[in-house]
Ligand binder design. Structure first.
Ligand code: FES
Length: 103
């Protein structure tokens, strides 16, 4: 599934980059710009960032559950990751409404 129409980036590519970044440092905070930089791309309209943030949250959560990290470590870390919604959420881009997103 195509997530970023400006750069033609698929969901699978984004997931693979996130896992690769987490393999390097499982506790780093991944933001959309870091994912795009790794792919040697740049956000243009950035309308895809809310979906990228949701992918980061989902993949990071699954990664840490597989890693077997304890709840006391995971919960505060995932709270930080979920905090990206406030920073990159759909309400902060281009004046689009929340119902604009196709996915
Ligand atoms: S859709 Fe990703 S930068 Fe425009």
């Amino acid at each position: 599934m195509l997530v970023c129409h400006c750069n033609l980036i698929t969901q699978k590519e984004i997931e693979q980059v996130i896992v690769g970044l987490l393999d390097n440092d499982p506790w780093q905070l991944i933001v959309p710009a870091k994912v795009y930089h790794t792919l040697k791309k740049r956000g243009r309209c950035c309308g895809c960032f809310p979906n990228v943030v949701e992918t980061i949250i989902r993949v990071t959560e699954e990664y840490h559950r597989r890693l077997g990290a304890g709840e006391t470590e995971i919960v505060p870390f995932l709270d930080r990751v979920r905090g990206l919604r406030g920073q990159y959420g759909s309400s902060s881009h281009e004046g689009r409404k929340t119902d604009h997103r196709a996915a």
